[in-house]
Write a protein that binds this ligand. Sequence first.
Ligand SMILES: C[S@@+](CC[C@H](N)C(=O)[O-])C[C@H]1O[C@@H](n2cnc3c(N)ncnc32)[C@H](O)[C@@H]1O
Length: 298
Amino acid sequence: MSEQMETTLNSSVLKGLPEPVAPSELSAEPAGLDAVLQSLFQENVGDFRNYKRSSLRRRVIQRLRALDISSYADYVGLLKADPDEYAALHAILTIKVSEFFRDPTYFALITRILKEEYSDGGKGLRAWCCGCATGEEAYSLAILLSEHLLPERAAISRVFATDVDAGALDTARRGEYRHEYMENVSEEFKAKYFIDGGVTADKSITVAESLRGLIRFGTLDIVTGHAFSRIDMLFCRNLFIYFNKKLQSDVFAKFHYALAPGGLIVLGKAEVIPAAYADQYQRVEMGLGVYRKRRSGR
Ligand SMILES: C[S@@+](CC[C@H](N)C(=O)[O-])C[C@H]1O[C@@H](n2cnc3c(N)ncnc32)[C@H](O)[C@@H]1O
């Protein structure tokens, strides 16, 4: 589901509520939003100060409307009085939309690369999905590793799947998904890598143990935390779109450190490598945000 669709859905849920806040008035109050973000930062809840303002503003205003609060100052007061509200706001500010084999052309390219470069019995492949949300991307990649690596190589390969949102990671670890959200998963893969049925919902399907063994889920805030190292394939799709240029550059420095020479970085279609690193990476295919770190470089 796109963010726009999600926003529209949320707005329709709010239909019928009184509309105490004129969004245009709040939009014209940038210092008010800054105060909310500063408060989250000071309380060590999260550092959103260098996320793009437009998306944050929309989400905070929605929250104010839902709580019937008419000024940012009152909302900062509520945050201080009710610490649970910090967690609620954090969850609202991170957009956890994902799906299996999202943008299938990416996975076709990764399949080709695995067949061309990883079909022998070499060392284990180290992959990292940064901003993995509810797990679909990490499981999709794990399916391709299981399909295209020799079993002994797959057995020593890992997908590290991290996200800042602990709730999303709980869903990812549970590995239970509804059939209707698995349009891009072939019947063959469903039969091989999933078990019919789930604990929490009807009409769901659960990831098989063989796939889970390849993945390590963990909480990581990439803005404040440290990167992995010796990574061969780094997925970070649809996260940079929420960062301003400075934050994209700061986070990319961590990815540059994390990637092994010759390693791949996989960004979303609308995301590009910061200019300062452009000469150290080679685009793998036009139209996709997939780049290879040059073997000789800083
Ligand atoms: C739109 S989802 C992208 C999911 C997946 N990569 C995909 O493209 O389908 C963005 C994810 O980034 C996570 N995120 C946001 N800020 C983050 C941060 N500072 N560190 C790590 N993850 C973050 C969100 O919680 C969310 O799960």
